[in-house]
Design a protein. Structure first.
Lengths: 593, 274
């Protein structure tokens, strides 16, 4: 019965659209606005978007801009799953989404969500991949053929029979993508598929997506912050801010104005920012490193320069204080599973240093820092924090020396007022009421959220929650601050805000240790880089030195920022190969043009 | 631990999950019916044989027993106090604890029954993939929606465990402690984990529900297909027949009181001339 209704709706809409002559569009959003139930402001306002069959569109914008709401409109989650007021019309493959349920629309639209682990709920990865096809009543033999094919395409064969839960983030997202592909939809809608992934995971997923698009020639709508990686591959970029489309066009058109994109909190390719600021009189808009190289090749003049590292290393060494953390031959084996996560790590972190821990997922970064505040105890070896052996001290006592800012603020918020949330740590330290109050106010001031003191933390935006999270840690006034992946799952602006905050703490004399996959932020803020691979330190030295060794980084599936890679490509002209920021590159090139 | 699956290609792995469910039901019934330790040992021996044939690592079984040893010891002592037979060995504390042959046999029988029950459940879950179980249950007329809920629920356990651990770590990093002796203090301390865990579970639950619908669940539930087709083969029929025969024999023995623990008591009396 339902099916007949669907056919009828489909025919009606198709007939209507044929009359209007727009049948070539896979997606049409006509002045669409949506206000979530309980919200006072619409999440999206008057969105007009038409996407042709086979077109590849990148939708980007800062956090909270309404990108996910657009995705949810396309497969019917809005209005069928998320309640609220929908205005305008969304037509997908000729079907008005208000007239067909989500399961029916899933025949046409495959939606991949940001959080991979919430999409894998079957006992094995084969079951996860087959799930959608099973729901569509595809015959068993065909389902198995599709599963086999996808396991091979997505390079997941070695994980047969395993639960998706046991895989890395990148592999999980590949399985989730496979589950969508097995449904063979006409339109792929991918909502930030790589935002929670390390560089290797990002590469894996983007490669798989590019393969799909090339092979199947399907319509693709991808929501991402990683413009640098996607710009060369998409037909069109749509920038959404505050619920509205603010910029739209081909990648070259949109990236002409990289500075505007940066101002609204996006991260345009570094080469665009650079060429936008250089006065070379070129109208070309390069969207890849190679194109930028070709543009510069025409105007650059050779000039010998020394690597910047040489001058800076002396300054860094001068600032070194006594050891804040000393790790001696640290081994750690996870009980029950028996995985050896750390293998003889030796490391000295001096007071007042700003260190970046980098490496791919599973390299042992988080395991190492969890030893710093006693959340984990060494299987073998010693670890001293401010001269104290951590094996002899409780985690609750170490908490006043080492503050740990976790990635997800929702993992710790449980009080109904910001002031109580921030007071939680100091109270646990047994401080007096006056001292707790003083610390709460100080901490909130430092992170610029003192106006939220009486608010319920559950009602705050993610960015505000993260600031409260930082305040609740610094209220314990630790000497050392560990920040675990401040940029994962965040947009560029939020990640940068957290890094600015840590920089502020650093200037006040705190020792900072940051774990991050964002090489641009590491390059911009961190003085010393420690690279981990398979539980061992493979590099420990100044950031410039680390990024001027692309081969060493490649062995750990990392690569220097785009601007550094451009500098290395231009090394033959005398450009220092250890340039880390667009600003530095601009200054150097201005002397060479 | 209960969700672990040990892959293999043995005869027990190849059995249809419905045949395994029949086997498990029969063993559970026999273990519940039999009161004589000798017969329970026979049933238990058959289960151990299956472990050996299915090449399940013994460590998996030992992991199951290890935490139960203190409970077994306590139960053994309590049973002696609870069940007093006529064949007295000695008494302690002025007759408060009387150790009798019947009491020892009775408590041993119950320990063996319990061991038998937990072992068969563990073995069947170790040699059957959850997805096969679910399909088996759906074939046994379990509603498909319920099968899906069960599958997702079981799959969610490790996610929930990791999430709770992350929350505990986040709170411990803020000097949180819950090792209080006072249960009220301990309960209050646990709120710091319970609230975020509840919030995260609700959040994730919504995400999973959205993902399930987005993948077309409910499209045509009556004609939903499965990646794996179960077929009751000859070996499954043979195995089921053996199980049914065992059940009938056990039922007859119970009916005629042949599996009471008196038999073992009499045997031991004759052997040791008590």
């Amino acid at each position: 019965m339902d099916y007949l209704v669907l056919i009828s709706v489909e025919c009606t809409v198709r007939a209507h659209i044929s009359g209007a002559g727009h049948l070539e569009f896979d997606i049409r959003m006509n002045h669409v606005s949506f206000t979530y139930e309980g919200a006072t402001e619409p999440a999206i306002r008057g969105i007009d978007l038409e996407i042709e069959r086979g077109e590849v569109v990148l939708i980007t914008g800062p956090a909270g801009a309404g990108k996910t709401t657009v995705c949810s409109c396309l497969n019917g989650l809005i209005p069928h799953f998320y309640g609220g007021i929908l205005e305008g019309q969304v037509v997908v493959k000729g079907i008005d989404t208000t007239q067909a349920g989500i399961p029916r629309l899933s025949r046409y639209v495959g939606l991949l969500f940001q959080d991979a682990s919430s999409q894998l709920f079957c006992p094995t990865i084969e079951d996860d991949i087959a799930f959608g096809a099973e729901n569509h009543s595809i015959p068993t033999e065909e389902i198995n053929e599709r599963v086999e094919e996808l396991l091979e395409i997505l390079r997941l064969e070695k994980y047969r029979g395993k639960s998706g839960y046991s895989l890395s983030g990148g592999e999980q997202q590949s399985v989730a993508l496979g589950a969508i592909m097995a449904m063979r939809p006409s339109i792929y809608v991918l909502d930030e598929p790589t935002s929670n992934l390390d560089p290797l995971g990002t590469d894996q997923v983007l490669t798989a997506i590019k393969d799909v698009v090339r092979r199947e020639k399907k319509t693709l709508v991808i929501v991402e912050h990683k413009i640098e990686e996607l710009a060369p591959f998409v037909d069109r970029i749509v920038v959404i801010d505050n619920g509205r489309i603010v910029i739209e066009g081909t990648p070259r058109d949109v990236l002409k104005d990289a500075a505007t994109m940066k101002n609204i909190g996006l991260k345009p390719p570094q080469v665009n920012l650079l060429l936008g600021e250089l006065e070379i009189g070129s109208t070309e808009v390069p969207i890849t490193l190679d194109e930028a190289y070709d543009v510069l090749l025409k105007v650059i003049r050779r000039k010998e320069r020394r690597p910047i590292l040489h001058e800076e290393a002396v300054q860094v060494l001068k600032r070194l204080g006594p050891p804040a953390i000393e790790v001696r031959d640290l081994w750690f084996v996870y009980p029950y599973v028996g995985t050896t996560a750390l293998r003889g790590v030796n490391l000295v972190v001096h007071e007042g240093e700003f260190i970046g821990l980098i490496g791919m997922n599973g390299s042992g970064k988080t395991t190492l820092v969890k030893h710093f505040n006693g959340l984990l105890k060494p299987t073998k070896g010693k670890l001293f924090v401010c001269g104290e052996d951590t094996t002899a001290v409780r985690a609750s006592e170490l908490a006043q020396k080492v503050g740990f800012v976790f990635q997800n603020p929702d993992h710790q918020i449980f009080k109904n007022k910001v002031k109580d949330e921030v007071a939680f740590g100091p109270k646990n330290l047994g401080l007096s009421v006056e001292e707790v109050r003083r610390r709460v106010i100080n901490a909130l001031k430092k992170v610029n959220v003192e106006h939220l003191i009486e608010k319920n933390p559950f009602e705050l935006s993610m960015g505000e929650k993260q600031r409260v999270n930082v305040a609740s840690v610094i209220a314990m006034e630790p000497k050392i601050l560990v920040v675990d992946e401040p940029t994962t799952g965040q947009d560029f602006l939020r990640g940068k805000q957290i890094m600015e905050l840590t920089m502020k703490m650093h200037r006040e004399g705190k020792t900072i240790i940051v774990i991050s996959h964002d090489m641009n932020l590491i390059a911009e803020y961190v003085e010393r880089v420690v690279v981990l691979k398979d539980g061992e330190i493979t590099f420990d030295g100044p950031t410039r030195e680390a990024f001027s060794q692309p081969k060493m980084l490649a062995r750990t599936c990392l690569k220097p920022p785009q601007i550094t890679r451009l500098a290395q490509k231009l090394e033959e002209f005398g450009v220092p190969p250890d340039i880390l920021t667009v600003e530095e590159m601009k200054n150097v090139l201005n002397e060479m043009l | 631990m209960a969700l672990e699956y040990v892959p293999g290609k043995t005869i027990f792995h190849k059995l249809d999950p419905r045949a395994k469910l029949v086997w498990m039901s029969v063993v559970l019934t026999l273990a519940s019916m039999f009161l004589d330790p000798i017969f329970i040992v026979v049933v238990l021996f058959s289960v151990y044989t299956s472990i050996w044939v299915a090449k399940v690592p013994w460590e998996k079984i030992k992991q199951l027993y290890r935490p139960l040893i203190p409970t077994y010891c306590l139960y053994f002592i309590l049973s002696l106090w609870w069940y007093r037979g006529p064949t007295v060995f000695f008494s302690l504390f002025g007759g408060f604890l009387v150790v009798t042959l019947e009491g020892i046999v009775y408590s041993l029988a119950n320990i063996l029954r319990f061991t038998c029950i937990i072992t068969i459940v563990r073995v069947v879950t170790l040699i059957t993939a959850i997805s096969d179980f679910i399909i088996g249950l759906v074939r046994l007329r379990l509603p498909k929606e319920f099968g899906m809920a069960l599958s997702i629920g079981l799959g969610y356990v490790p996610v929930l465990m990791e999430q709770t651990l992350s929350i505990m770590n986040a709170q411990r990093a803020r000097a949180w402690r819950f090792e209080y002796r006072n249960p009220i203090k301990r309960g209050r301390a646990l709120l710091a984990v319970l609230f975020p865990a509840l919030f995260m579970s609700m959040y994730r639950g919504t995400k999973i529900a959205a993902a399930i619908e987005s993948k077309g669940f409910g499209y045509d539930i009556a004609h939903r297909t499965y990646r794996r087709q179960l077929k009751y083969e000859m070996r499954d029929y043979a195995f089921t027949i053996i199980c049914v025969i065992a059940l009938v024999v056990g039922g007859v023995m119970t009916w005629y009181h042949l599996a009471e623990f008196d038999n073992t008591v009499s045997l031991l009396k004759q052997l040791f001339r008590l």
